[in-house]
Design a binder for this molecule. Structure first.
Ligand code: AMP
Ligand code: MG
Length: 341
């Protein structure tokens, strides 16, 4: 991936042994680096929550390399799931199944469902071949941006966690999470795979989860992890608009962007709005690259002591951005980072 060769199975053996002994190992996937633990080892799974500082009610995604492995965790595989797996796996789509008896409660946070995905990365797939299924949340301390490079993992955990270096992750944003235990299926977390792509390839239209609505609801949140603030650098993240936005903490007009802030634009108009002499990155409509680099900029901004990160707001009508672009996922992650303070 990305020019860096996948590690041979031979080189992965020591890491696999570590995992089989119940230790944690970080490894690359196409989305972000995962913090892996054997899915059948309760102590190893408990370690994940401990080292990340992850709340116990935030369930983990099981990573597999075959449909047979899905059967170890899912009670049944509905026809719709087969179709989705056929079209999108290996890839950045996590499916929520009814869980099979025996799946560790810590993985599912006590829910009756389990989240499963097959990563599209040769190193991850070979590792799972050696170890069996791995649970693997993003390999960052809870609340920090997800790691898209091996160095990000070391930044959060020092040398205490071995990291398999696979270079920069190709996609850079976490997977789409789709609940197929409900009808119609429900997107719990937007990602690279959009509702439009699912509709196009599988013939049904998934519902899109309205987070703000569910936050006020009395029922338990459908995707417990989504209630936590994620993806946040120390610098204040805010949206940049063409017009004066008054005194809002998460949105500003281009002209009131902080002088020492890092500015990220993605349209020609946005690039024009920001004059030379300040730190700026222009993506000119390359949303795939913007997604790949976003979390790296979040971390770099902190290293370079930027107090803020201003990101050009997306047009309301994001339909104008072609399907297959991760605009929806970008908006979701940036809004979360901006909503933190
Ligand atoms: P992370 O591994 O940090 O990318 O987070 C995993 C995401 O998957 C979180 O948002 C979890 O809430 C979600 N998730 C995992 N298992 C389930 C489940 N059984 N039901 C709903 N959401 C889940
Ligand atoms: Mg995470």
């Amino acid at each position: 991936m990305n020019g860096s060769e996948p590690l041979s199975q031979l080189k992965l053996i020591p890491y696999a042994e570590f995992l089989k002994q119940g230790r944690l190992v970080a490894f690359p996937t196409e989305t972000v680096y995962g913090l892996g633990a054997s899915a059948w080892n309760p102590e190893a799974v408990a370690q994940i929550f401990a080292v990340k500082g992850r709340p116990n009610d935030n369930p983990l995604i099981v990573h597999v390399n075959s449909i047979d492995m899905v059967k170890e965790f899912a009670e049944t595989i509905p026809p719709r799931a087969r179709l989705l797996m056929q079209k999108f796996w290996p890839g950045p789509l996590t499916l929520i199944f009814k869980k099979k008896a025996g799946v560790l409660d810590a993985i599912t946070a006590g829910l009756e469902t389990v989240a499963i995905r097959m990563p599209d990365h040769p190193t991850a797939l070979s590792l799972i071949e050696l170890t069996g299924a791995l649970v693997a949340p993003s390999a960052n301390k809870s609340g920090r941006p997800s790691p898209t490079k091996a160095s990000h993992v070391t930044e959060d955990f020092g040398s205490s966690i071995p990291v398999i270096d696979g270079g920069e992750c190709q996609l850079g944003l976490e997977s789409t999470v789709l609940d197929i235990t409900v009808n119609p299926p429900l997107i719990l977390r937007p990602g690279y795979i959009s509702a439009a792509q699912i509709h196009h390839h599988c013939g049904f239209i998934p519902q899109e989860h309205n987070e703000s609505k569910s936050e006020n609801a009395t029922e338990a949140p459908k995707s417990p992890g989504m209630k936590y603030s994620h993806y946040a650098p120390k610098a204040r993240v805010y949206w940049l608009y063409d017009v004066d936005m008054g005194d809002s903490s998460d949105r500003r007009g281009f002209f009131s962007a902080g002088k020492n802030d890092l500015i990220i634009t993605h349209t020609p108009k946005g690039a024009e709005n920001i004059k030379a002499g300040r730190k700026r990155i222009h993506y000119h409509g390359d949303y795939a690259r913007m997604a790949r680099e976003l979390y790296d900029w979040f971390r770099k901004a902190d290293h370079d002591n930027h107090t803020g990160i201003g990101i050009e707001a997306f047009p309301k009508d994001i339909e104008s951005i072609s399907s297959g672009e991760p605009a929806g996922a970008l908006i979701n992650r940036i809004s979360k980072a901006a909503g933190v303070r």
